[in-house]
Design a protein around this ligand. Structure first.
Ligand code: B1M
Length: 210
């Protein structure tokens, strides 16, 4: 299936128009949507994630690749829905209360989408109550929190406590990340996982599934 290799390559190179056309072409050739997703789009984003982790790609390359993936997903999403393909999992992500930094959080969201998750992006300045409401509403299995300020990272603890006291702690796995964070801090506040970068966030969540 050379076309799927071409599609993966278009994601890696960040060629949005090619990604869109190749997705259409692959579907027109009769390749099932799930295969186009896994062997084309996700495969491409996997390479992007690995390159980012190895410092071969930087933030701009990842953003451009994510844009290409979105062009492909635009074509694929309705076809996936028709064919009843379930996402790998549901992942809520947001930057915590008081914090407006969203570039890292957006990278995490894009990488997770690229890995086949349904991503519910709550944006920035998300209060503990809003996280709780969204978990209840969407029944997401995973929650990701981002913080870039030493003054806002403590809000992660408040959010975990709010999730705990609303009785839904056992229904979600919580992953945290952001420049000032450490594994030690994540352990102290009772998170289930910590990821130093967006590619690792995907791996941490996948490991939780396994
Ligand atoms: Co702000 N800012 N900023 N800022 N800003 C920092 C973070 C700072 C380190 C700059 C500095 O002083 N050297 C400093 C924080 C100091 C501290 O607390 N330790 C700082 C400050 C002080 C502030 C203000 C308070 C400044 C002021 O107004 N006096 C203010 C706060 C506003 C607020 O949030 N309430 C502020 C404002 C801003 C801008 C709005 C101007 C802008 C944000 C724009 C935006 O995000 N849309 C901004 C920016 C751009 C930065 C820097 C320059 C870059 C941050 C960034 O996007 N990095 C930053 C200094 C720096 O880092 N060089 C700085 C790129 C991004 C890809 O990395 O977000 O770390 P990062 O994400 C990484 C990982 O951390 C991880 O994955 C990503 C990589 O793969 N990751 C996760 C992130 N979230 C994750 C979640 C996960 C897993 C991994 O799981 C869920």
């Amino acid at each position: 299936m050379a076309i799927l290799e071409e599609l993966a390559e278009s994601i890696i190179k960040g060629q949005a128009p090619a990604a869109e056309q190749l997705t259409e072409k692959a579907l027109a050739e009769g390749i099932i949507p799930e295969t186009v997703l896994k062997e084309g789009l996700i495969k491409g984003m996997d390479v992007v994630g690995a390159k980012f982790k190895a410092n071969e790609f930087y933030v701009p390359e990842v953003l451009i690749a994510a844009r290409a993936m979105k062009s492909g997903m635009k074509i694929l999403r309705p076809r996936l829905a028709e064919s009843g393909v379930q996402p790998v999992g549901r992942f809520i992500v947001g930057t915590v209360k008081g914090d407006l930094h969203d570039i890292g959080k957006n990278l995490v969201a894009m990488m997770m989408e690229g890995a086949g998750f349904e991503v519910i992006d709550m944006g920035v300045d998300v209060t503990p109550e809003k996280f709780v409401e969204k978990i209840k509403e969407t029944k997401a299995e995973f929650v990701g929190m981002s913080a870039l300020l030493t003054t806002t990272m403590v809000k992660m603890k408040d959010t975990i406590e709010a999730i705990q006291s609303s009785g839904i702690r056992d229904s979600v796995k919580i992953v945290v990340g952001g420049a000032p964070l450490t594994q030690k801090f994540a352990d102290e506040i009772g998170a289930d996982g910590y990821a130093p970068d967006a590619a690792s966030a995907v791996q941490v969540v996948k490991d939780m599934i396994n």
